[in-house]
Design a protein around this ligand. Structure first.
Ligand SMILES: [Zn+2]
Length: 165
């Protein structure tokens, strides 16, 4: 097989990665012991597998509720996923992903099974997903707003220079 061209990093993608990194600085992050508790939970459900397609070789921890939307790196939000599903899902929630047009999404018929497994998992760890803005204090909201203004200014600047489509 021929080697493909390396992925091109667009300025727009770069800006969204900065946004995600800043959002991650407001997110909770669990310990390795917590991660082991998650692993044990899924092991106790049977084979340790991709929550979405059932593949028996999950290689990633997917955020059910994406970091860019306020998701935390905690039990109740991390699920084992295979690389293919994780790459396909990106920052969408499960229903959005399965109803969408992403390549390699599981069939829509799998939605109710996946959602039931997610409900059980989240209630086991008493986890309730929160939207990004709603978990910030007033101070942090102001901080994030100032950051967004800078990002928008940078976006306009790149656009005016023809560096961003
Ligand atoms: Zn999968």
């Amino acid at each position: 097989m021929l080697l493909k061209l390396p992925i091109k990093m667009s300025a727009g993608l770069g800006l969204s990665l900065i946004d995600r990194a800043v959002k991650e600085s407001f997110a909770s992050r669990c310990t390795n012991e917590d991660l082991e508790r998650i692993r044990q939970y899924f092991l106790s459900q049977g084979v340790f597998r991709c929550l979405y397609c059932g593949s028996e070789n999950p290689s990633r921890w997917d955020h059910l509720h994406a970091v860019s939307r306020g998701g935390d790196t905690v039990p109740g939000n991390l699920v084992p996923a295979c690389q293919r599903c994780d790459d396909s899902k990106q920052d969408k929630d499960v229903a959005e992903w399965l109803k969408g047009k992403a390549k390699h999404r599981p069939p829509l018929e799998a939605l109710s099974r996946i959602e039931a497994e997610i409900r059980e998992y989240q209630s086991y760890f008493a986890h309730e997903p929160r939207e990004f803005e709603s978990k910030l204090s007033d101070d942090d909201q102001a901080k994030y707003k100032r950051f967004r203004q800078e990002i928008e200014a940078l976006r306009m600047h790149l656009k005016n220079e023809g560096l961003l489509k």
